[in-house]
Design a protein around this ligand. Sequence first.
Ligand code: CA
Length: 216
Amino acid sequence: MRILIVEDEPDLLTSLAQALREEGYAVDTANNGNDGLFNAEGTDYDAIVLDVMLPGMDGWEILRRLRKTKKTPVLMLTARDQTRDRVKGLDSGADDYVVKPFDLEEVFARLRAIIRRSANQTTNLIEIGEVTINTAARNVLLKGKPVELTAREYSLVEFLAVHRGEVVTRTQLYEHLFDENESSMSNLLDVHVSNVRKKLGADFIATRRGHGYCIA
Ligand code: CA
């Protein structure tokens, strides 16, 4: 899953980006409104963390413009004294908000929830044959036993599982699993797919030649 963070406070931006990367997300960042909107419109993020007060263009304006073309789930970061703004945010198409200063665990949980809702998933558990994926704990069981996956292998499994039954193109996988600084490392995708097959079974991920990958 790939997240965009738009936040102008450098320390907060850095620590949030690092924390989300440690959670296994690919993360892009923008520190002003114009770059934020440019990224948000140009890439299919799985979710956007959007600060309200930003130089250039504020979070509400970004949201208003983004909603003309994209339904990307948006988590707003609001200040404690912006209570009325929160209502405004949810009215103008934000999916949820957290109040600064926030707890990181709360941000993680709310992000998981808005991503889940956008995929019409009602629980944190996805069961596919003998494989169970827990998107809250970010772990995978095979026949009830934990399987050791790297963060990137997990992200691959999760993305394909959320879109199970659909053919996911390589382009989509690059866009959702890698951030803007690493997307050129293209050949790695095959390595991750091959490793997941070794761990979860050769048939777990099907190759649709010329199209992409699919979990049936
Ligand atoms: Ca700000």
